[in-house]
Design a binder for this molecule. Structure first.
Ligand SMILES: Nc1nc2c([nH]c(=O)n2[C@@H]2O[C@H](COP(=O)(O)OP(=O)(O)OP(=O)(O)O)[C@@H](O)[C@H]2O)c(=O)[nH]1
Length: 135
């Protein structure tokens, strides 16, 4: 157990034509090479949807309206000894073409390809609910 409160992380599922956007974690970070959804930590005093809009702009260069982000499901895990809560939102609309500004590679994957990707443990419970959306 850790005395710190759980780390709150938001992630976005940008969905386009039966595919979702995933990005590869950089070589110099923990869990290097694994695939994840764009997003990041919620800052102190920040609403989760506002945090996700900020992260999507920083990581992909796209603009989204936080009001239009809809929750899909959540996952839990550990970062070291600290609890992690990972909130997955559906992103149906955005402005701009996503660019890999902070990661080596972006990939659009359908449900079958998503199930085969190596992802962090906290992401694994997100996959089935997301695949139901992808069809
Ligand atoms: N964005 C994102 N982060 C995830 C996912 N799954 C998951 O376990 N995480 C973890 O949630 C945290 C996200 O925070 P972050 O993006 O600011 O952290 P980072 O490790 O990339 O970099 P940093 O700690 O140097 O800022 C990381 O510890 C990351 O490993 C996911 O699908 N998307």
């Amino acid at each position: 157990m850790d005395s710190m409160p759980p780390l709150l992380v938001v992630a976005g599922a940008l969905v386009r034509g039966g595919a979702v956007l995933v990005q590869q974690r950089p070589a110099d970070k923990a869990m290097a090479g694994l695939w994840e959804f764009p997003g990041g930590k919620v800052d102190a005093g920040e609403a989760p949807a506002e945090a996700l809009a900020r992260e999507l702009n920083e990581e992909l260069g796209v603009s989204v309206d936080p009001v239009k982000l809809t929750p899909i499901t959540f996952g839990t895990g550990l970062i070291g000894s600290r609890d992690l809560v990972l909130l997955l939102y559906r992103v149906a609309q955005w402005t701009g073409e996503p660019q890999a500004l902070e990661t080596p590679e972006l990939r659009w994957v359908d449900a079958d390809a998503l199930r085969d990707l190596p992802m962090p443990p906290a992401d694994l419970p997100l996959i089935a609910p997301l695949c139901r959306i992808l069809g």
